[in-house]
Design a binder for this molecule. Structure first.
Ligand SMILES: [Zn+2]
Length: 179
């Protein structure tokens, strides 16, 4: 039986523009071009597990896209990474019953040798108790980071899969209507 990680990996491998922070290896991938104003995300909801990955141009989050020049800039980057991995992402009801078992956020900008465009990559893995998650909710993210016009989301559940574009007026994706 496939794990949710391998399912998500298959999902994202079919998307050449979407890089996912599955492992340390992929953290060292080459960063190519990206579209400012646009985040790429993938979400898999299989049984009681949920995995979300988000790849967003660093400049749209940080206001800069270079290695930090001062301690203050480095601390600012770290605090954005912390916010991104602690943000709710799931609807309120789901968030009460699904615990995040892994939260990662990474940007090569914290590597002082980095130059050129850079992304921030976020990966969160939840384990739900007894009910499937109802909804992905990116409203907090989209409200905080107004330079992001939309999130291009590839999603997968046990019964369906598809692509959705999330934005400030439509920040949510319903995953399972009932349990
Ligand atoms: Zn850029």
């Amino acid at each position: 039986m496939k794990t949710i990680q391998s399912v998500l990996c298959i999902l994202t491998l079919s998307l050449p523009t979407l890089a996912v922070a599955h492992s340390d290896d992929t953290h060292h991938r080459q960063h190519g071009t990206h579209v400012h104003g646009e985040a790429q995300a993938s979400l898999a909801s299989i049984e009681l597990e949920v995995m979300l990955t988000l790849v967003v141009p660093a400049g749209d989050i940080l206001g800069l896209e270079r290695a930090p020049a001062t301690t203050q800039e480095a601390e600012d980057i770290t605090s954005h990474l912390d916010w991104l991995k602690q943000a709710r992402w799931l609807d309120e009801e789901t968030a009460r019953t699904c615990q995040a078992t892994q939260r990662h956020a990474f940007t090569p900008l914290l590597n002082s040798e980095h130059s050129g465009h850079a992304d921030i990559e976020v990966e969160i893995h939840w384990q739900c108790e007894d009910t499937r998650p109802r909804q992905l909710d990116a409203s907090a993210f989209l409200a905080r980071y107004s330079k992001i016009d939309r999130i291009e989301l590839q999603w997968l559940t046990q019964t369906n899969h598809g692509h959705s574009s999330l934005n400030a007026s439509q920040p949510g994706l319903r995953l399972h209507s009932s349990n």
